[in-house]
Design a protein around this ligand. Structure first.
Ligand code: SF4
Length: 294
């Protein structure tokens, strides 16, 4: 390690120690609003962290989740996302600087506490966000640490930066929870602000490498409830051959207060969550394509 690298490493450690005593890494839920926790980290240290993966920015860790992969999960929620989904329930995770700077060793240490329980409960570790692949080097190191502990790993991603992971790095991820937000290009842009080509390309690559996917689809009445569009996602997903299940996630308003607190205009303030019948109608579309949908 050169002197410059050592200096960067020292800075990273100092930032980590500085912040952690003030804010617990563990949260009751990802719906806790967390802002400015990493804003004091110098830009050069942020760049160094992103390049090496020695440090990441996390909104929090939560435990006991049963919807973010098989069994009971410990979930690390990353900060930083390049998309701007109109229905995002954690807009405080858009900015990396809102997260807690945490060394990869510290994050692995947190995970180590739960390793026996996770094995007994046939659960695992899920990296979610935000968009975890905004910090792909950190994600890779954390997944490698989890695998070394014998823990099942899952990546919850919008897939846009899937090409940042090498084929070898994909082997450390047991399951990809892939968010497909819309099929139609114009609709996808309206929902997320970005195009969906890279997401679909990542799905094809995972299929070619036989890496399992659970597709996640957020159902928002009046926005993402077009059955024709959903049918196209269903046919695409079924054609891949590696989609083990589809989770239809009903839109909710638990994150509404975050938009208000952050002063970001929220276009879905008057949107009502879908009822069970509407969710079931969408599940039926995926099932008609031969997929398991819940
Ligand atoms: S991809 Fe996820 S974290 Fe990013 S804006 Fe969309 S819902 Fe929010």
């Amino acid at each position: 390690m050169g002197q410059a690298d050592m200096a960067k490493k020292t800075d990273v450690s100092r930032a980590d120690i500085h912040v952690l005593p003030q804010t617990s890494l563990l949260a009751q839920s990802p719906y806790e609003l967390r802002v400015n926790l990493g804003k004091h980290v110098p830009e050069t240290d942020v760049r160094s962290a992103l390049a090496t993966g020695d440090m990441g920015f996390l909104h929090s860790f939560t435990t006991g989740a049963t919807v973010d992969g098989p069994g009971v999960r410990v979930v690390a929620w990353t900060s930083g996302c390049m998309w701007r989904c109109t229905y995002c329930h954690n807009p405080d995770t858009w900015s990396m600087g809102n997260g807690i700077p945490v060394t990869v060793e510290r994050a692995a240490q947190e995970l180590r506490k739960y390793r026996h329980g996770l094995k007994v409960l046939a659960g695992g570790f899920t990296l979610s966000g935000g968009e975890p692949l905004m910090q792909h080097r950190f994600a890779v190191k954390l997944f490698a640490a989890a695998k070394a502990m014998g823990i099942h790993t899952a990546l919850d991603t919008n897939g846009y930066y899937g090409d940042k992971l090498s084929d070898a790095e994909l082997e450390h991820i047991d399951l990809v929870l892939l968010d497909i937000k819309a099929w139609d290009a114009e609709l996808h842009k309206r929902v997320t602000g970005m195009e969906n080509g890279p997401t679909l390309e990542f799905a094809r690559r995972l299929a070619a490498r036989r890496r399992p996917i659970w597709v996640r689809y957020v159902l928002v009445p009046g926005l993402t409830d077009d059955i024709t569009d959903i049918g196209k996602i269903a046919n695409f997903s079924a054609s891949l051959g590696n989609v083990e299940r589809v989770d239809v996630l009903p839109f909710h308003q638990l994150g509404k207060y975050k938009w208000e607190k952050l002063g970001i205009p929220y276009t879905l303030a008057d949107t009502t969550p879908p009822d069970n019948e509407e969710v079931e109608r969408v599940c039926t579309v995926f099932r008609a394509a031969g997929l398991k949908a819940y």
